[in-house]
Design a protein around this ligand. Structure first.
Ligand code: SF4
Length: 349
């Protein structure tokens, strides 16, 4: 089934697996001899989205936009400052630490660097056995062996590799081990935090294909956190674009790549390489750096870099609002103006 049709079918069914409502995560800053509070970092500042079973939502943005903090807060590696997180209809952001065990089983993570997240002193067999044993998912030694062998098959690694250590594998193979470990406790949701960013282009594609295959087979939900729009184009059903702690555009993959509304999304898209070397794409070069999340700009947080800024943008914060079917954008430009501006984009190639 094409991704858009799958996403539409999922959208029509029941309660979302994950529901994030108004999520905020601020980090207090302390300084001086007395260690007094000197301000706070607005890492995540009011993020809301849903994710259904079998669906991939990509959260995309530049480094420091807060996307990894969203993932860590859902995993409860960080406690939210404000907002709600619901998993399968049950609220998880208020769970005390001693009740996090079921969450740890159902929500797993694959990090960017599998080498640092896999214990170098453990053989692959022990790495995969640990979550199965910890969550009491095998009743006997032979059942444990069967589960581990099945995990190796799922990620297309040979079973004789179970005797080896992580350093004996390539980066792509280590990421397969990381994925197998995430699958081991029977997770429903896997958060992939820059999971393919450190890999070569061809290996990236193999891991993306593997994730898509596992999603089809197991009905997994994937929250795919990435700075790379080119990669998410081949994997995702929907995309949320983040800038300075907020989602500025949220829509399905096809709409985002063909009719993006927000000027920041358009700038990110303009940097995605086109496969045809003769095809030319006008690159939108953004002015300046991403402002500090300690003291974000007034009004629209993107106004200091936006090629289309006007007076209202500096004083009034744009809220996420519909600009098309299942298409939300946080920008004061209306849809028709945004289309017109496509012809006016600065040519900085
Ligand atoms: Fe640019 Fe204004 Fe839209 Fe912000 S609200 S993205 S500054 S046009």
């Amino acid at each position: 089934m094409p991704p858009e049709a799958a996403a539409a079918a999922l959208q029509a069914s029941g309660v979302p697996l994950l529901n994030v409502v108004g999520l905020k995560k601020h980090f207090a800053l302390h300084g001086g001899l007395l260690g007094l509070s000197t301000g706070k970092v607005h890492a995540v500042d009011g993020v809301s989205f849903t994710l259904r079973r079998g669906e991939t939502l990509s959260v995309v943005g530049e480094s420091g936009c807060g996307k990894s903090t969203v993932g860590k807060t859902i995993l409860r590696l960080l406690d939210p400052t404000e907002g709600e997180i619901w998993l399968d209809g049950a609220r998880i952001d208020t769970l005390p630490a001693r009740q996090l065990r079921p969450l740890r089983r159902r929500v797993q993570v694959v990090f960017q660097d599998p080498f640092s997240s896999l214990n170098p002193r453990m053989r692959v067999r022990d790495i995969l056995a640990e979550p199965v044993v910890n969550f009491g998912l095998a009743k006997s030694g032979s059942e444990l062996d069967d589960r581990i062998a099945a995990l190796m098959d799922k990620v297309h690694l040979p079973r004789d590799a179970l005797r080896r250590y992580p350093h004996e594998f390539s980066g792509g193979q280590r990421q397969r081990i990381g994925i197998a470990r995430a699958l081991a406790p029977g997770a429903d949701l896997i958060i992939c935090d820059e999971a393919v960013s450190a890999l070569d282009v061809s290996v990236k594609a193999q891991i993306v294909n593997l994730l898509a295959e596992l999603q089809d087979e197991l009905g997994l939900a994937l929250l795919f956190i990435s700075h790379d729009l080119a990669i998410v184009e081949h994997l995702t059903h929907r995309v949320g674009v983040m800038y300075l702690g907020k989602i500025v555009e949220l829509t399905d993959r096809r709409t985002l790549f063909s009719r993006a509304h927000h000027p920041y999304t358009k700038a990110l898209l303009s940097a995605v390489p086109v496969p045809d070397p003769l095809a030319k794409r006008d690159r939108i070069i953004l002015r300046g750096d991403v402002p500090s999340p300690i003291n974000p700009p007034s009004g629209c947080r993107f106004h200091t870099r936006c090629p289309f800024v006007f007076d209202r943008c500096r004083v009034e914060e744009p809220l996420l609002r519909p600009v098309g079917e299942a298409h939300l954008s946080a920008c004061h430009l209306d849809a028709s103006v945004a289309v017109q501006t496509e012809r006016l984009l600065p040519h900085h190639a």
